[in-house]
Design a protein around this ligand. Structure first.
Ligand SMILES: Cc1ncc(COP(=O)(O)O)c(C=O)c1O
Length: 407
């Protein structure tokens, strides 16, 4: 066994521990830069798409320090506190429509579980017990907990589910309107929700689709009384070039995570609209939502989330994202390679899909030598940079991607 593995008992994510290469050891991080003992590199994936303000932002750090000096955490069971009250109030004001009722949790996967449980119980509370099915998309990814995996459609992550046989609770359809209409026609009486990563499917391959699909989804959900869930764990806070896709088409339940805290602390929120909240609001104890993660509404997470939203607004982040999109388009103009099947761009995301995954072997080290940290997966070489990136840094990330194909 390699020396670094013997010294470390860490089980790393998505890795065959036997063949895994030694991870880069980060000693410091500042802005878009990750520092290792050997040198620095631009984080072109924003620590799994979360660190939108870059690392060590003085205002975000101060928000955490100030709160830690008061208290870091108290549970929400029977207690509440200023940071969680203020964050919920801010989200209610900031999010579109009547998305207002915030259920906090500690990760995106758990927040998805909460959304799915909410949707199921919304109908159970009305005595509708036949609505047991979920409509979801092919190539969907909603997290690694069990129901989130089932709602997902990513064999490369989830082949373990095969032991259960064919999924019966979840129906997957492609992002095409005829498939959507057909699924509603066949299944509408048994569906409690349609869950989607709106406009941009992340871990399923940075796949982009048209807003018309979501508009039609909204109409069909209204027509058949099915709840529409937007999992904006990845797309929220500007990644698609829209603040939230929910600003364009309003879901009944919105899930946010990752960038919610500017990538400082794992936290997430499931936000329900008035109709969904009303479905639980009664004298009957059994109609309550039975969920309660220990660290929900963590005071450090809420304080840093509030500061992160404040920065997003005051520093004109939507303009920063539009600039990233403009530069990306300009730099990729005319670029092609026979090994690339498709180049996809949307807001602060670019993806080069190669025809053969073997064509990306070695890219991570190649990028590292050019001062860029990248983590391609399967056939996808992508960048989702922190929004504070400077033009020359972004050009360096994109040049590195192009240079790989010009070797
Ligand atoms: C769309 C989407 N939903 C849910 C999750 C799960 O979030 P977490 O890793 O915080 O559990 C992810 C993570 O990548 C995601 O991209």
């Amino acid at each position: 066994m390699a020396e670094w593995k013997r010294k470390s008992m860490i089980w790393y994510p998505y890795e065959q521990m036997k063949t895994m290469r030694e991870p880069y050891r980060i000693t410091d991080a500042q802005g878009v830069w990750l520092y290792t003992p050997e040198g620095r590199m631009i984080d072109s994936v924003s620590s799994w798409w979360s660190v939108i303000h870059g690392y060590k932002h003085p205002l975000l750090t101060a928000a955490i320090v100030e709160q830690a000096e008061r208290f870091s955490h108290v549970m929400l069971g029977g207690l509440t506190h200023e940071p969680v009250l203020r964050l919920a109030e801010k989200l209610e004001a900031w999010l579109p429509g009547d998305l207002a009722y915030c259920f906090f949790s500690d990760s995106g996967s758990v927040a998805v579980e909460v959304a799915l449980k909410m949707a199921l119980q919304y109908y159970v509370n009305q005595g509708q017990k036949r609505r047991t099915k979920i409509l979801s998309l092919t190539h969907a990814y909603h997290g690694d907990t069990f129901k989130a995996m089932e709602a997902g459609d990513d064999e490369d992550y989830h082949f373990i589910l095969e032991v259960y046989g064919k999924k019966t609770d979840v129906i997957h359809i492609p992002t095409q309107i005829p498939a959507l209409e057909e699924a509603f026609a066949v299944w509408h009486e048994q569906l409690h929700c349609l869950i989607v990563e709106p406009l941009l499917q992340g871990a399923g391959g940075m796949r982009m689709y048209d807003i018309a699909f979501l508009q039609r989804a909204r109409e069909l959900c209204d027509q058949y009384g099915v709840l529409l869930i937007f999992d904006e764990v990845a797309t929220g806070f500007g990644r698609t070039g829209h603040r939230f896709v929910a600003d364009l088409v309003l879901p009944d339940i919105l899930v946010l995570g990752k960038a919610l805290t500017g990538g400082y602390i794992g936290h997430a929120v499931t936000v329900a609209n008035h109709k969904v909240f009303e479905g639980f609001y009664s004298e009957r104890a059994e109609q309550a939502l039975m969920h309660g993660p220990t660290f929900m509404g963590n005071a450090l997470a809420c304080s840093v989330a509030l500061k992160s939203i404040e920065l997003f607004e005051s520093e004109q982040y939507m303009e920063k994202i539009a600039k990233i999109a403009r530069i990306t388009k300009r730099e990729m103009e005319g670029f092609s390679d026979p090994r690339i099947g498709e180049v996809r761009m949307m807001g602060g995301c670019i993806c080069l899909e190669v025809k053969d995954a073997a064509d990306l072997i070695g890219y991570q080290q190649f990028a590292r030598e050019r001062g860029v940290f990248s983590r391609p997966f399967l056939n996808y070489l992508y960048a989702m940079v922190p929004y504070v990136i400077e033009e020359e840094e972004l050009v360096c990330v994109l040049d590195t991607m192009k240079a790989w194909f010009r070797r």
